[in-house]
Design a binder for this molecule. Structure first.
Ligand SMILES: [Zn+2]
Ligand SMILES: [Zn+2]
Length: 352
């Protein structure tokens, strides 16, 4: 038996004893090493079960950002074996629909086979995790498991969005929302060469963290004058690129309006609404708004390679680590928003 964390939906965590799974054909058993908490876990599961379809929580072991080491491999595994360090792409797709063949298992169209770890099948908040070999990404020795846990959902989602809008030394980048996804946006924009990085958030702890980490050149409090403030910081013209990580309607409008002519905006934050005036806000200024949802397995592999080359360690965004038996404290801290990334860690990863 092993311990696993479940989320009944009333802002509590339940620890239950469940059997250690046995890997079948094409499956592996991971000894969990690091499992980070996502904003969507809090938004759709922890407080109350909100999601439907791909975001519907089925009462499984929580946690969709797992990283661990293979301790058992079932028959028929072709690439990975016992001892390998791996990241798990957090949605297990059917493997044969068009989206899966493109590597975007996030949007797998098979109702029967699409199951996300921590939502519809057991996730990483347990001592062991049963995963399908096809969902694994190799984790190189230069990266820790805590680095790896953040690649799939957090940094991967950001990397995908930044690939869509393109970031280079020509660009000042505005980030609305400095939670873990916003901080990852700042860290990756820096490595991609952005000339200036400006962040906006409502929580003072997050503004301080963005400054302390040195990944934002400016971090300002959200308010009604944000568009004017961003223009003042960019020679009166606005930013070339904006990334919304807040899902807040006013912040999204700021991201659009603080972007200059011909600029590009990408929305990563999930849920909520936005209101803007198409003619003055985007059409006349020739702006483009992109939507971006998670990433693909191949782009995740590319990101892992870049993280090593850039010596960029996602674990630097982790402000709190907890053992599995104190998982309820971990979710409580994450729900407060007064933190960077929060992780449940095992073995050596807990000692850092
Ligand atoms: Zn996530
Ligand atoms: Zn599929």
């Amino acid at each position: 038996m092993m311990q696993g964390a479940f989320l009944p939906g009333n802002s509590t965590v339940e620890l239950r004893d469940v059997p250690v799974p046995e890997p079948g054909h094409g499956e592996v058993l991971l000894k969990m090493k690091a499992s980070t908490i996502c904003g969507s876990d809090i938004r759709c599961i922890y407080h109350q079960h909100l999601g439907k379809g791909p975001e519907g929580y089925q009462g499984v072991v929580a946690g969709h950002e797992p990283s661990g080491q293979i301790v058992k491999a079932g028959p028929g595994c072709r690439r990975f074996g016992v001892g390998d360090r791996v990241i798990v792409y957090h949605i297990s797709g059917c493997g044969v629909c068009n989206d899966c063949r493109r590597g975007y298992m996030i949007s797998c169209t098979s109702e029967k086979y699409r199951r996300a770890y921590g939502w519809q099948r057991d996730g990483g908040m347990a001592e062991y995790l049963l995963a399908e070999e096809k969902d694994l990404i190799y984790l190189p020795g230069q990266l820790s498991y805590a680095d790896g846990a953040q690649v799939a959902c957090g940094f991967g989602t950001v990397y995908e969005g930044l690939q869509k809008i393109g970031i280079s030394g020509d660009h000042a980048v505005l980030i609305t929302g400095l939670g873990p996804v916003g901080l990852a946006t700042a860290a990756l924009s820096r490595k991609l060469g952005a000339r200036r990085i400006i962040g906006i958030d409502i929580v003072p702890e997050r503004i301080r963290l963005a400054k302390d980490l040195g990944i934002c050149d400016e971090a300002i409090a959200s308010g009604p004058d944000n568009v004017t403030e961003v223009r003042a910081l960019t020679g009166g013209v606005g930013v070339e690129r904006a990334v919304d990580c807040s899902a807040n309607d006013a912040a999204r409008a700021t991201a659009i309006r603080a972007t200059r002519k011909w600029g590009k905006i990408v929305f990563l934050g999930e849920g909520g609404r936005v209101e803007f005036n198409p003619s003055p806000d985007i059409i006349h200024d020739q702006k483009t708004i992109y939507g971006s949802w998670v990433t693909s397995t191949w782009l995740m592999e590319e990101l892992v390679e870049r993280l090593v080359a850039w010596n960029l360690h996602p674990q630097e965004l982790i402000t709190h680590r907890f053992a599995l038996d104190t998982a309820s404290d971990a979710y409580e801290v994450m729900a407060s928003g007064k933190c960077g990334k929060v992780a449940v860690c095992f073995d050596d990863e807990l000692k850092q």
